[in-house]
Design a protein around this ligand. Structure first.
Ligand SMILES: NC(=O)c1ccc[n+]([C@@H]2O[C@H](COP(=O)([O-])OP(=O)(O)OC[C@H]3O[C@@H](n4cnc5c(N)ncnc54)[C@H](OP(=O)(O)O)[C@@H]3O)[C@@H](O)[C@H]2O)c1
Length: 173
């Protein structure tokens, strides 16, 4: 497959764990991958493990909680490509310190929500112009997408409440 026809993905927190595995899996299926990492040295180590003569994996420095870092990352990616097919909002924290929702401090809750909830929204907003999500190039019409919402509101029984649906079919969490 030529580089131009290959799909391109950006994975946040790609230097380890699930993000690293996603980078590897996407490279194995023929994607060009932008591996985003907040720590440039950890990112370089990850790239060294993934890079081969037959794939394209590039390091992008990105702290998802830092606006300046996001701006620089968008600029770096834009210099390398004019479109992304996949954006994986993987980076996150899980401060497992024996706390639960009744005991978690406001500071820790704020930090966690900022990283895991608000930052992926900021990342999506920042990179949306490089993707084909929504707008005139969206693959389905507004009416096709609206069908399930209207069906849920009018015909689905109350037992369907609190679940995710696509095309009138329940989606797993
Ligand atoms: N593992 C599970 O069982 C599980 C289950 C449900 C959900 N998840 C979620 O799945 C995601 C990945 O989990 P994991 O187990 O692979 O976690 P992990 O091994 O701790 O890796 C987290 C990754 O996110 C990066 N990261 C954290 N904060 C960041 C920030 N502000 N900016 C950029 N990168 C940041 C980390 O970078 P550094 O290396 O620099 O710290 C690391 O690359 C997380 O969002 C996690 O909450 C995991």
């Amino acid at each position: 497959m030529s580089s131009q026809s290959k799909k391109r993905a950006l994975v946040t927190g790609g230097n380890k764990g699930i993000g690293f595995a996603i980078c590897k899996g996407l490279l194995d299926t023929g994607f060009d991958v932008f591996l985003a990492a907040r720590d440039i040295e950890k990112g370089k180590d990850a790239i060294a493990k993934l890079s081969t003569d037959n794939n394209s994996v590039k390091l992008i420095e990105l702290d998802i909680t830092d606006d300046e870092s996001i701006k620089n990352a968008v600029s770096s990616v834009s210099q390398l490509t004019n479109s992304l097919d996949v954006l994986v909002n993987n980076a996150g924290i899980y401060p497992d310190e024996g706390v639960n929702i009744l005991t978690v401090s406001r500071d820790l809750l704020t930090k966690t929500m900022n990283t895991n909830a608000f930052s992926p929204i900021g990342i999506t907003q920042a990179f949306i112009s490089l993707t084909d999500m929504g707008g005139s190039s969206a693959p389905r019409t507004p009416e096709q997408v609206a069908d399930t919402a209207i069906w849920l509101a009018t015909k689905a029984s109350m037992i369907e409440s609190g679940k995710f649906f696509r095309n009138r079919t329940e989606q797993p969490y």
